[in-house]
Design a protein around this ligand. Structure first.
Ligand SMILES: [Zn+2]
Length: 459
């Protein structure tokens, strides 16, 4: 009987072709036309797990079903809760794809298809690792619960509700969220922090109707001028947020994390040129760009609807104007508190002559999450990734939010390993999305090692 590692080695082609089958299903959750395809993808995953003799449940929601499976044959050993999503992003602009998005194609060592990296090619490494054990040893070193969702790209509200109401059933000693990526080619990474987010809309009303700017200019309040004053009263030119109390709960990252960031191969000039493409980076002096993106909160304006935006000119003082904005939060800021402090600051600096209405977009909120680098679960993951990739896994954070991570952290109350095998140029959400197949197989190896290291861990 081969070992699990040998099995994975001799079944590389099989795992690749199974992934390819799943990638052919255009499970785009944001487009109603693909409703049947999304169900087809859910059934494909469920059938695949059943073929491993696992009990599988398709959990219906008002949205798309959750696929749940478990293997609990290792009493006394730790339990790992794995997460992935079988839905994908839309493919537009489809003409920019070198090969059709749902006809997977290999060029060089890379597999190109929508969903190759986000997220089918990532969570399938966990399932493949399980198969390698179950078909050889007949058992896993740890207990595994799997929760694969179908609406990560379209809101993910259903899984949040499920995690909240089924915390007992999902109880685990460690969670594995395979929906992040590597720091650079060959350098695996574990994401130890995610910023939270609160989003808001301001609507400012001045005069009772649009007014002629010749007749009334100089006396009538202009909502855009008011919004400009409000916005600059929220954040100064050094990127410092001017909301009283905003920084009160902010905690700095532990030294082992921030020291590690200084050693990362991060080229600020190349980042400015190739990724940002502007003439300068902005933000708080005294913090490096990585610190500013990963461990400092911010406030950004996304759009300012209102007034005259057609061709030519119309000399008007608009009656109303709006601003859509969001704040990215870091540990230990609390979304509700921040929203309150934001609202009172806006009221305090709203100039006379205008009224402001503050609307919070509740659906789009998430608290910040940090995971301790000292947790034995993270140590096990770091060893597993380091051994599989032949290079030490680095600790990073992400500026964005992955709400499932805070749901797991809050409800399952176990350390969350946030990682993955996609590269920075995997073109997530863009044309030519891809996954390096070498990393796919190393990912399978990393998950197998993670099983072993977790089994040896006192959690
Ligand atoms: Zn994803």
């Amino acid at each position: 009987m081969p070992t699990p590692v040998e099995f994975a080695g001799t079944h590389r082609k099989r795992f690749e072709s199974e992934l390819t089958d799943l990638l052919r299903i255009p499970s785009i959750s944001t487009l109603p036309d693909h409703r049947d395809d999304i169900r087809r993808a859910a059934h494909w995953v469920a059938e695949y797990l059943r073929s491993m003799d696992l009990p599988v449940e398709l959990i219906e929601t008002v949205g798309y079903p959750l696929v749940y499976a478990e293997w609990l044959g290792a009493p006394g050993a730790p339990t790992l809760l794995g997460y992935g999503h079988y839905d994908v992003q839309p493919v537009d602009p489809v003409n920019l794809w070198t090969s059709p998005p749902f006809q997977p194609a290999v060029r060089g060592s890379r597999l190109f298809a929508r969903g190759a990296a986000d997220d089918k090619g990532q969570f399938m490494t966990l399932i493949a690792a399980m198969r390698a054990y179950l078909q050889t040893a007949g058992r896993l070193p740890v207990n595994v619960k799997l929760l694969i969702e179908g609406e990560e790209e379209s809101g993910g509200a259903e899984i949040a509700a499920f995690v909240r109401s089924h915390a007992d059933r999902l109880r685990a000693d460690a969670c594995l969220v395979l929906d992040a990526g590597m720091f650079a080619p060959g350098i695996p990474a574990i994401t130890l922090g995610l910023r939270g987010i609160v989003t808001a809309e301001l609507e400012v009303t001045g005069a009772a109707r649009d007014l002629h700017s010749g007749t009334y200019g100089g006396v009538a309040p202009n909502p855009f001028q008011a919004l400009a004053e409000i916005i600059t009263g929220l954040k100064d030119k050094d990127g410092r947020i001017l909301i009283p109390g905003f920084y009160d709960r902010v905690v700095a990252p532990p030294a082992e994390e921030s020291e590690g960031w200084k050693r990362l191969p991060f080229d600020e000039a190349a980042f400015l040129r190739d990724e940002v493409g502007s003439t300068a980076l902005t933000g708080e002096p005294g913090h490096t760009p990585l610190e500013r993106m990963w461990a400092r909160p911010t406030l950004e304006v996304h759009g300012m609807p209102g007034g005259f935006t057609g061709a030519g000119s119309k000399t008007v003082i608009p009656s109303r104007a709006g601003a859509k904005l969001s704040m990215r939060l870091v540990a230990n800021q609390r979304p509700d508190e921040i929203m309150e402090a934001f609202a009172s600051r806006v009221r305090a600096i709203t100039p006379r002559g205008v009224r402001v209405e503050i609307k919070r977009r509740v659906g789009l909120g998430a608290p910040p999450v940090v995971i301790s680098p000292r947790s034995p679960v993270i140590t096990a993951a770091q060893r597993a990734l380091g051994e599989a990739f032949g290079r030490e896994a680095v600790f990073v954070r992400a500026g964005g939010s992955v709400p499932i991570v805070s749901d797991f952290a809050e409800r399952v109350r176990a350390p969350v390993i946030v990682t993955g095998w996609s590269l920075p140029d995997a073109q997530l959400h863009s044309p030519d999305e891809n996954l390096d197949l070498e990393h796919f197989h190393k990912g399978i190896g990393a998950v197998m090692r993670l099983f072993e290291h977790l089994a040896a861990t006192k959690t």
